[in-house]
Design a protein around this ligand. Structure first.
Ligand code: FMN
Length: 308
Protein backbone atom coordinates (compact mmCIF):
# COMPACT_ATOMS: atom_id res chain seq x y z
CA UNK A 1 0.00 0.00 0.00
CA UNK A 2 1.16 3.50 -0.80
CA UNK A 3 2.34 5.68 2.08
CA UNK A 4 0.09 8.68 2.56
CA UNK A 5 1.52 12.04 3.46
CA UNK A 6 -0.52 15.12 4.33
CA UNK A 7 1.15 18.53 4.18
CA UNK A 8 -0.48 21.25 6.25
CA UNK A 9 0.88 24.68 5.39
CA UNK A 10 0.28 28.40 5.43
CA UNK A 11 2.25 30.89 3.40
CA UNK A 12 1.73 34.56 2.66
CA UNK A 13 4.27 35.22 -0.04
CA UNK A 14 5.03 31.70 -1.19
CA UNK A 15 8.43 31.41 0.51
CA UNK A 16 7.35 28.52 2.69
CA UNK A 17 5.62 26.87 -0.23
CA UNK A 18 8.85 26.94 -2.23
CA UNK A 19 10.72 25.41 0.73
CA UNK A 20 8.12 22.64 1.07
CA UNK A 21 8.08 21.84 -2.65
CA UNK A 22 11.87 21.71 -2.78
CA UNK A 23 12.08 19.46 0.29
CA UNK A 24 9.35 17.12 -0.86
CA UNK A 25 10.47 16.92 -4.50
CA UNK A 26 11.78 13.36 -3.91
CA UNK A 27 8.31 12.37 -2.60
CA UNK A 28 6.56 13.70 -5.71
CA UNK A 29 8.69 11.47 -7.90
CA UNK A 30 8.17 8.33 -5.82
CA UNK A 31 5.47 5.86 -6.85
CA UNK A 32 5.19 4.43 -3.32
CA UNK A 33 3.98 7.72 -1.88
CA UNK A 34 0.77 9.66 -2.19
CA UNK A 35 0.93 13.28 -1.10
CA UNK A 36 -1.95 15.61 -0.19
CA UNK A 37 -1.73 19.35 0.46
CA UNK A 38 -3.91 21.41 2.76
CA UNK A 39 -3.42 25.16 2.71
CA UNK A 40 -4.61 26.80 5.91
CA UNK A 41 -6.62 29.89 5.00
CA UNK A 42 -7.78 32.46 7.55
CA UNK A 43 -11.40 33.61 7.00
CA UNK A 44 -10.09 37.16 6.88
CA UNK A 45 -6.73 37.02 5.09
CA UNK A 46 -3.76 38.68 6.75
CA UNK A 47 -2.56 41.59 4.62
CA UNK A 48 0.49 41.55 2.40
CA UNK A 49 2.29 43.89 2.32
CA UNK A 50 1.39 44.79 5.89
CA UNK A 51 0.90 48.34 7.05
CA UNK A 52 3.15 49.27 9.95
CA UNK A 53 0.18 49.20 12.37
CA UNK A 54 -1.24 45.93 11.02
CA UNK A 55 2.15 44.25 11.37
CA UNK A 56 2.78 45.22 14.97
CA UNK A 57 -0.88 44.81 15.90
CA UNK A 58 -0.49 41.07 15.10
CA UNK A 59 2.10 40.82 17.90
CA UNK A 60 -0.06 40.24 21.02
CA UNK A 61 -2.24 37.54 19.44
CA UNK A 62 0.82 35.81 17.92
CA UNK A 63 2.57 35.66 21.28
CA UNK A 64 -0.52 34.78 23.31
CA UNK A 65 -1.65 32.13 20.80
CA UNK A 66 -5.08 33.71 20.26
CA UNK A 67 -6.63 31.89 17.28
CA UNK A 68 -8.27 33.46 14.22
CA UNK A 69 -11.18 31.96 12.29
CA UNK A 70 -10.21 29.64 9.45
CA UNK A 71 -11.90 28.56 6.24
CA UNK A 72 -13.17 24.94 6.27
CA UNK A 73 -10.55 22.25 5.72
CA UNK A 74 -10.65 19.83 2.81
CA UNK A 75 -8.58 16.96 4.24
CA UNK A 76 -10.28 13.66 4.94
CA UNK A 77 -10.00 12.65 8.60
CA UNK A 78 -11.00 9.07 7.70
CA UNK A 79 -7.72 8.57 5.79
CA UNK A 80 -4.82 7.19 7.82
CA UNK A 81 -1.88 9.43 7.02
CA UNK A 82 1.49 7.80 7.64
CA UNK A 83 3.16 11.15 7.98
CA UNK A 84 1.94 14.69 8.51
CA UNK A 85 4.16 17.58 7.53
CA UNK A 86 3.39 20.87 9.25
CA UNK A 87 5.05 23.72 7.40
CA UNK A 88 4.93 27.04 9.18
CA UNK A 89 6.72 30.28 9.88
CA UNK A 90 7.37 32.03 13.20
CA UNK A 91 5.60 35.31 13.86
CA UNK A 92 7.11 37.22 16.77
CA UNK A 93 8.97 34.15 18.07
CA UNK A 94 5.70 32.18 18.15
CA UNK A 95 3.85 29.89 15.75
CA UNK A 96 2.20 32.08 13.06
CA UNK A 97 -1.45 32.80 13.89
CA UNK A 98 -2.98 30.72 11.05
CA UNK A 99 -1.06 27.55 11.90
CA UNK A 100 -1.51 28.08 15.62
CA UNK A 101 -5.24 28.47 15.00
CA UNK A 102 -5.27 25.19 13.09
CA UNK A 103 -3.52 23.41 15.99
CA UNK A 104 -6.36 24.48 18.28
CA UNK A 105 -9.17 23.00 16.15
CA UNK A 106 -11.15 19.82 16.82
CA UNK A 107 -10.03 18.57 13.38
CA UNK A 108 -6.36 18.89 14.35
CA UNK A 109 -7.05 16.90 17.48
CA UNK A 110 -8.53 14.05 15.44
CA UNK A 111 -5.99 14.26 12.65
CA UNK A 112 -2.79 14.44 14.67
CA UNK A 113 -3.43 11.93 17.44
CA UNK A 114 -0.70 9.26 17.40
CA UNK A 115 0.61 10.54 14.05
CA UNK A 116 4.21 11.07 13.04
CA UNK A 117 4.90 14.71 12.30
CA UNK A 118 7.75 16.49 10.54
CA UNK A 119 7.91 20.27 10.81
CA UNK A 120 9.39 22.49 8.09
CA UNK A 121 10.12 26.15 8.80
CA UNK A 122 11.23 28.93 6.49
CA UNK A 123 11.82 32.26 8.18
CA UNK A 124 14.21 35.12 8.94
CA UNK A 125 16.41 33.44 11.57
CA UNK A 126 14.56 33.22 14.89
CA UNK A 127 12.50 30.06 15.19
CA UNK A 128 13.54 28.43 18.49
CA UNK A 129 10.68 29.85 20.57
CA UNK A 130 8.10 29.07 17.91
CA UNK A 131 9.30 25.48 17.68
CA UNK A 132 9.11 25.13 21.48
CA UNK A 133 5.47 26.22 21.27
CA UNK A 134 4.95 23.78 18.40
CA UNK A 135 6.47 20.95 20.49
CA UNK A 136 4.10 21.79 23.38
CA UNK A 137 1.08 21.83 21.03
CA UNK A 138 2.07 18.49 19.49
CA UNK A 139 2.54 16.86 22.90
CA UNK A 140 -0.96 18.13 23.81
CA UNK A 141 -2.33 16.61 20.59
CA UNK A 142 -0.50 13.33 21.29
CA UNK A 143 1.44 13.56 18.02
CA UNK A 144 5.04 12.36 17.62
CA UNK A 145 7.47 14.94 16.32
CA UNK A 146 9.97 12.86 14.32
CA UNK A 147 11.82 15.56 12.40
CA UNK A 148 12.43 19.25 12.09
CA UNK A 149 13.86 21.02 9.05
CA UNK A 150 14.59 24.74 9.08
CA UNK A 151 15.50 27.24 6.38
CA UNK A 152 16.66 30.69 7.39
CA UNK A 153 17.93 33.89 5.84
CA UNK A 154 21.70 33.55 6.18
CA UNK A 155 22.42 37.32 6.20
CA UNK A 156 23.57 38.96 9.42
CA UNK A 157 20.85 39.61 12.00
CA UNK A 158 20.72 43.36 11.38
CA UNK A 159 20.72 42.99 7.60
CA UNK A 160 17.83 40.54 7.67
CA UNK A 161 15.97 42.77 10.15
CA UNK A 162 16.07 45.56 7.55
CA UNK A 163 15.25 43.32 4.59
CA UNK A 164 12.40 41.44 6.33
CA UNK A 165 10.76 44.74 7.33
CA UNK A 166 11.15 46.11 3.79
CA UNK A 167 9.69 42.87 2.50
CA UNK A 168 6.77 42.60 4.95
CA UNK A 169 5.91 46.31 5.08
CA UNK A 170 6.88 47.40 1.59
CA UNK A 171 6.56 44.16 -0.41
CA UNK A 172 10.20 44.69 -1.46
CA UNK A 173 11.36 41.35 -2.85
CA UNK A 174 14.48 42.41 -4.68
CA UNK A 175 17.70 44.00 -3.45
CA UNK A 176 16.63 46.92 -1.27
CA UNK A 177 18.20 50.18 -2.58
CA UNK A 178 20.52 48.01 -4.63
CA UNK A 179 22.64 47.56 -1.49
CA UNK A 180 20.96 45.02 0.77
CA UNK A 181 20.70 41.38 -0.26
CA UNK A 182 17.31 39.92 -1.21
CA UNK A 183 15.27 38.89 1.86
CA UNK A 184 14.77 35.24 2.57
CA UNK A 185 15.95 31.70 2.16
CA UNK A 186 18.37 31.40 -0.75
CA UNK A 187 17.35 29.66 -3.95
CA UNK A 188 20.68 27.82 -3.87
CA UNK A 189 19.85 26.26 -0.50
CA UNK A 190 16.44 25.15 -1.71
CA UNK A 191 17.89 23.72 -4.89
CA UNK A 192 20.84 21.94 -3.34
CA UNK A 193 20.09 21.13 0.29
CA UNK A 194 16.32 20.75 0.41
CA UNK A 195 16.03 17.59 -1.74
CA UNK A 196 18.76 15.91 0.33
CA UNK A 197 16.77 16.58 3.51
CA UNK A 198 13.58 15.34 1.85
CA UNK A 199 15.35 12.16 0.76
CA UNK A 200 16.23 11.39 4.40
CA UNK A 201 12.58 11.74 5.46
CA UNK A 202 11.39 9.70 2.47
CA UNK A 203 13.79 6.84 3.28
CA UNK A 204 12.54 6.73 6.88
CA UNK A 205 8.89 6.98 5.84
CA UNK A 206 9.30 3.99 3.53
CA UNK A 207 11.34 2.09 6.13
CA UNK A 208 8.91 3.00 8.94
CA UNK A 209 11.71 3.92 11.33
CA UNK A 210 12.51 7.47 12.40
CA UNK A 211 14.96 6.68 15.22
CA UNK A 212 17.98 8.30 13.57
CA UNK A 213 16.09 10.83 11.52
CA UNK A 214 16.82 14.06 13.39
CA UNK A 215 20.48 13.09 13.78
CA UNK A 216 20.74 12.50 10.02
CA UNK A 217 18.87 15.72 9.25
CA UNK A 218 21.22 17.69 11.51
CA UNK A 219 24.24 16.13 9.80
CA UNK A 220 22.79 17.11 6.42
CA UNK A 221 22.42 20.74 7.57
CA UNK A 222 18.73 20.95 8.54
CA UNK A 223 19.51 22.97 11.65
CA UNK A 224 21.86 25.91 12.00
CA UNK A 225 21.77 27.64 15.40
CA UNK A 226 24.07 30.58 16.06
CA UNK A 227 24.94 31.46 19.69
CA UNK A 228 24.14 35.19 19.20
CA UNK A 229 20.65 34.42 17.91
CA UNK A 230 20.09 31.90 20.70
CA UNK A 231 20.88 34.59 23.28
CA UNK A 232 18.92 37.28 21.45
CA UNK A 233 15.83 35.10 21.20
CA UNK A 234 16.10 34.27 24.89
CA UNK A 235 15.75 38.00 25.69
CA UNK A 236 12.78 38.35 23.36
CA UNK A 237 11.01 35.31 24.70
CA UNK A 238 11.30 36.58 28.27
CA UNK A 239 10.02 40.08 27.40
CA UNK A 240 7.44 39.45 24.66
CA UNK A 241 4.68 37.96 26.88
CA UNK A 242 4.93 40.96 29.21
CA UNK A 243 4.61 43.44 26.38
CA UNK A 244 1.88 41.43 24.63
CA UNK A 245 -0.07 41.54 27.87
CA UNK A 246 0.51 45.29 28.21
CA UNK A 247 -0.96 45.88 24.73
CA UNK A 248 -3.87 43.45 24.93
CA UNK A 249 -5.03 44.90 28.25
CA UNK A 250 -6.08 47.94 26.25
CA UNK A 251 -8.13 46.10 23.62
CA UNK A 252 -8.43 43.24 21.16
CA UNK A 253 -6.90 42.95 17.69
CA UNK A 254 -7.23 46.09 15.59
CA UNK A 255 -9.02 48.22 18.21
CA UNK A 256 -8.30 51.93 18.43
CA UNK A 257 -7.77 51.79 22.23
CA UNK A 258 -4.49 49.93 21.90
CA UNK A 259 -3.02 51.81 18.95
CA UNK A 260 -0.65 53.94 21.03
CA UNK A 261 0.81 50.91 22.79
CA UNK A 262 1.17 49.06 19.46
CA UNK A 263 2.91 52.09 17.97
CA UNK A 264 5.35 52.27 20.91
CA UNK A 265 6.12 48.57 20.46
CA UNK A 266 6.75 49.18 16.75
CA UNK A 267 9.49 51.62 17.72
CA UNK A 268 10.85 49.77 20.77
CA UNK A 269 11.30 46.39 19.02
CA UNK A 270 13.50 47.40 16.06
CA UNK A 271 15.40 49.88 18.29
CA UNK A 272 15.95 47.18 20.92
CA UNK A 273 17.25 44.75 18.31
CA UNK A 274 19.49 47.45 16.87
CA UNK A 275 20.99 48.33 20.25
CA UNK A 276 21.19 44.82 21.64
CA UNK A 277 22.62 43.14 18.54
CA UNK A 278 26.21 44.39 18.89
CA UNK A 279 26.27 43.72 22.65
CA UNK A 280 24.82 40.26 22.25
CA UNK A 281 27.21 39.49 19.41
CA UNK A 282 30.15 40.27 21.72
CA UNK A 283 28.63 38.26 24.59
CA UNK A 284 27.90 35.38 22.21
CA UNK A 285 31.55 35.31 21.07
CA UNK A 286 32.64 35.10 24.71
CA UNK A 287 29.93 32.73 25.93
CA UNK A 288 31.20 29.61 24.10
CA UNK A 289 34.66 30.32 25.58
CA UNK A 290 33.39 31.05 29.10
CA UNK A 291 30.57 28.49 29.23
CA UNK A 292 31.29 26.04 26.41
CA UNK A 293 29.23 23.16 27.76
CA UNK A 294 26.18 25.32 28.53
CA UNK A 295 26.03 26.80 25.01
CA UNK A 296 26.62 23.40 23.43
CA UNK A 297 23.90 21.87 25.59
CA UNK A 298 21.42 24.57 24.54
CA UNK A 299 22.22 24.19 20.84
CA UNK A 300 21.88 20.40 21.12
CA UNK A 301 18.53 20.77 22.85
CA UNK A 302 17.04 23.13 20.28
CA UNK A 303 18.38 21.01 17.43
CA UNK A 304 16.36 18.03 18.64
CA UNK A 305 12.69 17.23 19.06
CA UNK A 306 12.34 16.40 22.74
CA UNK A 307 10.56 18.82 25.07
CA UNK A 308 12.18 19.63 28.38
C1 FMN B 1 4.04 39.30 11.55
C2 FMN B 1 5.37 38.62 11.22
C3 FMN B 1 6.23 38.29 12.24
C4 FMN B 1 7.44 37.62 11.95
N1 FMN B 1 8.25 37.21 12.98
C5 FMN B 1 9.34 36.45 12.71
C6 FMN B 1 10.12 35.88 13.77
O1 FMN B 1 9.83 36.04 14.96
N2 FMN B 1 11.23 35.16 13.44
C7 FMN B 1 11.59 34.96 12.15
O2 FMN B 1 12.60 34.31 11.92
N3 FMN B 1 10.86 35.44 11.12
C8 FMN B 1 9.72 36.17 11.37
N4 FMN B 1 8.95 36.63 10.33
C9 FMN B 1 9.28 36.26 8.94
C10 FMN B 1 8.46 35.03 8.55
O3 FMN B 1 8.82 33.94 9.35
C11 FMN B 1 8.58 34.65 7.07
O4 FMN B 1 9.90 34.55 6.69
C12 FMN B 1 7.91 35.64 6.14
O5 FMN B 1 6.68 36.03 6.72
C13 FMN B 1 7.64 35.06 4.76
O6 FMN B 1 7.02 33.79 4.86
P1 FMN B 1 5.77 33.28 4.04
O7 FMN B 1 5.67 34.07 2.79
O8 FMN B 1 6.06 31.84 3.74
O9 FMN B 1 4.54 33.44 4.89
C14 FMN B 1 7.77 37.33 10.59
C15 FMN B 1 6.89 37.72 9.56
C16 FMN B 1 5.70 38.34 9.87
C17 FMN B 1 4.76 38.68 8.73
Amino acid sequence: MKKKVLVIYFTQTGQLNRAVKATLAPFENNSEVEIYYEEIKPKTPFPFPWSYMQFFDAFPESVQGVPCELQPFTFDTSIHYDLIVIAYQPWFLSVSIPINSFLQTAEAKLLLKNKNVVTILACRNMWLGAQEKMKIALVGLQANLVGNITYVDKSSNLTSLVTVLAFALGGEQGKLWGVFPKYGVSDKELKERAPLLGTIVLKNLLGGNYNNQQKDLIEAGAINIKPNLLLMEGRGRALFPLYANYISKRGTSGTAERRTRVRIFGIVLPTGILLLSPIITIVSRLAPILFPSKIKKEIDYYSNNNLR
